[in-house]
Design a protein around this ligand. Sequence first.
Ligand SMILES: [Zn+2]
Length: 455
Amino acid sequence: MKNIRLITILLICLLSWGLSAAARVEIQGARLSSQNEMARLVLDTSGPVVEHNIFSLDSPDRLVIDLAGVSLSGPLRQPDPTNPLLTSIRSGERPGESARIVLDLKRKVRVKSFCLQPDGRHGYRLVVDLTPKPEQEVRQEALAEASRGLSGHPSVQQRSVKLKARDVVIAIDAGHGGKDPGAVGPRGTREKDVTLAIARVLARLVDKEPGMRAAMIRDSDRFVILRERIRIARKHRADLFVSIHADAFRDRSVRGSSVFTLSERGASSEAAKWLAARENEVDLLAGIDLGKSNEEVAGVLMNMTQNMTMEHSMLAAKPVLDELGHLGKMHQSRIQSAGFAVLKAPDIPSMLVETAFISNPEEEKRLRDPAFQNQVAKAILVGIKRYFEANPPPQTLFAMRNDRGASSIRHVIERGDTLLDIARDYQVSLPSLRSLNQLESDRIRVGQVLRIPES
Ligand SMILES: [Zn+2]
């Protein structure tokens, strides 16, 4: 029995997103080069390759490159006998569908592939780089293969990657609800009612945006404990969590909106401390000791995911704050941080928007006004959009849009990749890689798509 193991599914030239896979692209030639132990195959194509899959087969070792929507113009040139990794190249096609190129290998290899755009000297290219796979890795894989066989798992794994844009999901959390009315204004307006009204408007606006979808944490007057709110957001795989409030302060003249993100320790202002204490009291209503959960959360806070989440919470809060600033006087012109329990999802960037102070008689009136509710929701939406435009999650419409017209080279982060390795592999500078991808640190995660600067 043949063992087929998918080793990599790489890179799609995102630039060509929008072209149908059926667009005719022809392979016009193959160029082979080798240096030391490495071999490089360059396929010259008449247009951008929309999708390609690469996988390995063993006994004998081969590498298969499947190219969707691509045809061949003729046989490909054979490798020189001195090529360190290749013995021969074969090719075939399913007319109108795809072409397959099979590289017969002298040994097991590691593969990287990327697409290049015309640069004056050459046209569109698909570049496949092969390096010898270290012996230790080969042995480990053989062991893993053997144990899979023993436990009866299928030895054939085939996956195919199709770039289908997924929606960015915004979890919209109307503060308070049910037995918890939240703050109550001088004229008796309940916070839980205005937060729900604004949340509903925001959800409608979000759902109208292409590539965005709203997930309401509560859509009725019901009581939801804080950690349940986070759980619901996670269930929807939210990309962002926005909690909407309209709180009270002991001083009735205090007014304006503010945006909060989670602070690691301590609150950034006296009012923030006060509000956090109030908001967190809610779980006590449900008879839950928040002290204990805080310990759990504190552990999570330490890890990298949380740091990344906090960074992104700040990045998302900033444009929302700016947009709210256009509406009127801000209570705080900087992002505030506080220990709100509802912001403690370790993996979802989160913010809490204090839309206005219900304790201020004038703002209480505005909060009841559908026109103001609409303005606030609109400002939050615009801010959120600006965040996703600057920080598009992979495989979303925001990412696709961003990619048009930009460098066509993409690298999908694999286990073990470091930013430095990637910079070396593509012969680009680390700073240019950081700035093109708007990376504020060198932390990368498996599956993340990096844009490679044109070198
Ligand atoms: Zn509140």
